[in-house]
Design a protein around this ligand. Structure first.
Ligand code: M6R
Length: 621
């Protein structure tokens, strides 16, 4: 295997300098960032004797913690440290490839998120000049390059090295000669500073330090940070100090804790009513008109729009599919929805009359970020819908609608998807209002229905015991299909995605009308088929589709509206949800599918917060 095959793609990084035990702060930060990658983890602590102690372990953070517990306390006593939790794309992650990496002298320690494309050239050059590299990572080369450039000015050495790097990176660097300095550098990947009193933090995202400070500053492209106890200096590539926006993080620390739940995902599912309420809050003025100042477009520009294009990845893409139904229905604007990873490669037709809506929980997904950049280059207006204040997508878009879901830690997205749905409904209603396609009464009525959904979601959550039981019953099945029509179709895909990412079974979501064109061949005796069938004009057609799969042996699990008995004769299992307008039904139908997937995975003994091979946000293409 080539060394570059071990290149890092997505990781969590922490840096700290202050008065507390750096080890405690760094490990606590890594715990909160472990969702970003959990193949290996490591720390470097500058101890009081001026030595750097590096401890790294393959596997989850718990392995590192066990190794730390066995290490000498004196070596790990210090108030400056860095840490890393890793997600690698190929090859078995090993202790040797875990971060931090050091130079020949053990004087420099580096953690890295990203991929260095010119790594092989850099490595060859270093070996030629007599350096010995011990790992197969690209990161180790950076430590040795800094060693070559270092003449007492660590910040200058890092800037010089970065000038020769190709690819994307966040680097956090420490040197044993500097008891009060951690350097950060960023290109294309996220890096945030936490500003404390007598202490400062660097991290991949704010959750790593919100227990200590809520004041943060995002670092921009190609900027460098010099982190000291008494201050933070941010510079450009030439070393000239630059200003930046300081923002307040209002996420509750408890929201990033499990609070007695076995898994974050279970807690996040339960937090959904509150997350929906928060996201919809304060969107109507005293006259009952929707307010969406975040859109930052004049009424004239909204009226001049000719199309909307929605981009996102994974679950965010599914939220985008629902946006199509809502915006086209309410605002009568043509909407295309595209996976962000494909968007810019097909040379989409965009102009200044196009609104691009980029949906991303993390605000850091590389494909979505690149789609934003592409759209802006073509003069389209870009609205970000994201959960993460100060994220790259938020900062690079023309306008941002922040969902207010609070931190989502579990890899499988739940409350973030729900709040994205609220956001796209609000955008749809607002566009309809400004473009005059719906009168005020109708918009108020839709908004009232939307504002009522948190109570309905809470009601669905209260009915989930039979779904848990059913999930345990079918947990040995290796294939599950999901069918829906209209907005039930994207939800079928979302239900299937949840199940495949959590339980590693083959799960597919289809528009129910399509199954007879091929997918029905997948049905065998007992194959569970989840049918998303909230009350809708299309329900009679869905009944026909359910009969088709049942006739071929499927075990039908039907999600149906209270009082609608049309599915009863065709359902082996019936999951009831309260009545709501069909366009809003995804907010209700999603809940049983989330519970089904989580419980199914738990019955298989799997870790639902950290499914294999995945990471929470994917910051490379
Ligand atoms: O942070 P983002 O919303 O941009 O992430 C997009 C996808 O990676 C994400 O939704 C992924 O599909 C989830 N694991 C699904 O549960």
């Amino acid at each position: 295997m080539s060394a570059s095959a071990y290149a890092l793609r997505m990781c969590g990084i922490v840096g700290y300098v202050g008065e507390r035990s750096a080890l405690d702060v760094v490990v606590e930060g890594l715990k909160r960032l472990e969702y970003r990658g959990y193949d290996s983890a490591g720390v470097a602590i500058r101890d009081d004797a001026g030595e750097l102690t590096v401890i790294r372990k393959a596997g989850k953070l718990a392995n590192l913690q066990a190794a730390l517990a066995e290490a000498s306390e004196a070596d790990l006593t210090g108030t400056l440290g860095i840490g890393h939790t890793r997600w690698a794309t190929h090859g078995a992650p090993t202790d040797r490839n875990a971060h931090p990496h050091t130079d020949c002298q053990g004087a420099v320690a580096v953690v890295h998120n990203g991929t260095l494309e010119n790594f092989e050239v850099l490595r060859d050059g270093l070996e030629h000049r007599g350096h010995t590299l011990l790992s197969e990572t690209d990161t180790e080369a950076v430590a040795h390059l800094i060693e070559e450039q270092y003449d007492g000015d660590l910040a200058a050495a890092v800037r010089t090295v970065c000038a020769g790097l190709e690819g994307s990176y966040v680097l956090v660097v420490t040197h044993r000669d500097h008891p009060d300095l951690v350097i950060g550098a960023r290109r294309n990947l996220p890096l945030v500073v936490g500003l404390g009193e007598g202490e400062n933090f660097l991290a991949s995202d704010v959750t790593a330090f919100i227990a200590h400070t809520r004041t943060a500053r995002a670092i921009d492209q190609d900027q460098f940070v010099e982190l000291r106890r008494e201050g933070v200096r941010v510079t450009d590539a030439q070393g000239t100090e630059v200003d930046g926006e300081v923002f307040h993080v209002d996420w509750d620390t408890a929201a990033a804790e499990k609070a007695g739940y076995e898994y974050f995902m279970l807690k996040e599912i339960d937090e959904q009513p509150e997350a929906l309420r928060e996201t919809a809050l304060g969107r109507v003025d005293v006259h009952g008109r929707l307010m969406l100042d975040e859109l930052a477009m004049s009424d004239e520009d909204v009226q001049g729009l000719s199309q909307v294009i929605v981009v996102g990845c994974g679950s965010a893409y599914h939220s985008g599919l629902v946006a199509k139904y809502a915006i086209e229905r309410w605002a009568r604007l043509p909407v295309q929805v595209e996976m962000a990873s494909e968007f810019r490669y097909r040379d989409p037709v965009l102009d200044r009359h196009t609104l691009v809506v980029a949906i991303s929980q993390s605000g850091e997904t590389a494909d979505t970020l690149e789609a934003v950049r592409h759209a802006r280059r073509q003069r389209a207006s870009v609205l970000a819908i994201t959960n993460t204040v100060g994220s790259s997508i938020a900062r690079e878009s023309d306008a941002t609608f922040y969902t207010r879901g609070g931190p989502e830690v579990a890899v499988a997205s739940t409350k973030a998807v729900m709040t994205q749905l609220v956001a796209v409904y609000l955008v749809g209603l607002y566009l309809a209002q400004v473009r005059g396609y719906r009168d005020g009464d109708e918009i108020r009525s839709h908004f009232a229905d939307l504002a009522h959904t948190p109570d309905l979601v809470a009601a669905v959550l209260g009915r989930m015991d039979p779904v848990r039981k059913l999930a345990r019953e079918i947990a040995s099945c290796e294939r599950v299909l999901f069918l829906g029509r209209h907005v039930g179709y994207p939800m079928a895909m979302e239900g299937a995605l949840k199940l495949k990412e959590l339980a590693y079974v083959s799960a597919e979501g289809f528009p129910a009308g399509e199954i007879k064109h091929g997918p029905i061949a997948l049905i065998e005796k007992g194959t569970p088929v989840v049918v998303i069938a909230p009350r809708h004009a299309l329900t009679p057609k869905l009944v026909t589709n359910v009969q088709e799969v049942r006739a071929r042996g499927a075990r039908t699990i039907v999600i149906a509206t209270d009082g609608d008995d049309s599915m009863v004769p065709h359902a082996d299992e019936l999951i009831r949800i309260p009545d709501t307008k069909s366009l809003l039904s995804p907010l209700l139908t999603l809940v049983p599918m989330q519970i089904l997937a989580a419980e199914f995975a738990m019955a298989r003994g799997l870790d639902v917060d950290q499914p294999r091979n995945l990471a929470k946000s994917v910051t490379v293409e």
